[in-house]
Design a binder for this molecule. Structure first.
Ligand code: ASP
Length: 316
């Protein structure tokens, strides 16, 4: 029986976390932090996250530090400074964080602030809210001393001006490249961060999955964590990252959980989706997983002193 056939028919009951992983596995993962990030820009992000852990930071500090590296890099056209703008030429950013206590913070449709991931963390830590959007999020950031700046670079402005000439709708997989950073620290605790400029040349006001807790990112310290990249609209409709974590709770291996979450999307599109989605996941026992719908996908994994890019092929 093929693995996917098994998934269609296999009845996996809901199991208590200790029964899934066994306490010995959880203990075995102690003192062995894991950092798992999307794409090749995950490599420098992982380095920064690793350094943060080495210097005594916790999983949340590390995830934020990793995401900030990508946000600050003007050559990455899908995140933060240098991210491609919406159809009107505005760079609008989405980000969220979630920590080991189940706390979450998020910003969406944020403009002129270089580090939305840090604003999202401030929403989590300094307010009673989970999500701030648009002008309110910007005002909140400015009130905390975040500097305002033009997030268009010469290159991203030129790219938008070129696009403006015929306004061809970009297919989602052409430009999507969110950074998601999942961290399990030496105590076995999780945190995650996710940040993006979203779908290039999107409608003004569009928000993707990346700032939506449960869609772009989900952390459950008992079970594991997951994050998404790709066509956010489809991830939102299936509450993708939450689904991956819940499948792990039911006993699915992390990669199979990612695949099963993607199976729902494949089915909804009659077996032939024409867009990309990728998931990454870490389970409490330290096992990691990933899957993507089509073509290929890369994730960066740092553990045991090695930070390496891994390539996987699409399911269809
Ligand atoms: N998921 C992001 C969004 O839809 C984009 C991406 O991952 O590349 O905004």
């Amino acid at each position: 029986m093929k693995r996917r056939d098994f998934l269609k028919t296999g009845a996996i009951g809901i199991t208590a976390p200790s029964a899934i992983f066994g306490d010995s596995n959880i203990i075995a993962n102690k003192n062995n932090p894991i950092i798992l990030s999307t794409y090749n820009h995950g490599l420098p992000a992982n380095d920064a996250a690793w350094e943060t852990l080495v210097n005594g930071g916790n999983a949340m500090d590390a995830a934020e530090a990793g995401a900030r590296v990508t946000e600050a890099d003007p050559t990455i056209t899908s995140v933060g400074f240098g991210g491609l703008p919406d159809e009107q030429g505005n760079v609008t950013l989405d980000a969220c964080v979630m920590d080991s206590s189940g706390n979450a913070g998020s910003v969406a449709f944020l403009q002129n602030i270089k580090h939305p991931v840090s604003v999202a963390r401030k929403v989590m830590e300094d307010t009673k809210h989970v999500m701030l959007v648009g002008e309110g999020a910007r005002q909140f950031a400015v009130s905390l001393g975040f500097e305002e700046m033009d997030l268009l670079t010469v290159e991203s402005r030129q790219a938008w001006e070129e696009w403006e000439k015929n306004r061809r709708e970009m297919t989602p997989h052409e430009t999507h490249d969110t950074i998601s950073v999942l961290v399990q620290d030496k105590n076995g605790d999780f945190a995650g961060a996710c940040t993006t400029s979203g779908w290039a040349y999107k409608l003004h006001g569009r928000v993707g999955d990346s700032p939506i807790i449960g869609a772009g990112l989900f952390v459950d310290n008992e079970i594991g964590c997951a994050a998404a990249t790709g066509l956010g609209e489809e991830v939102i409709k299936t509450t993708g990252s939450f689904l991956v974590v819940e499948l792990m709770r039911q006993g699915y291996d992390p990669t199979v959980a990612c695949e099963e979450a993607l199976n729902r999307i494949i089915k909804a599109h009659n077996g032939t989706p024409d867009f990309q989605i990728g998931y990454i996941a870490i389970r409490k026992d330290g096992q990691i997983g990933s899957a993507c719908l089509k073509w290929s996908f890369e994730y960066a994994l740092a553990r045991g002193g090695v930070n390496k890019l891994h390539k996987i092929n699409g399911m269809i």
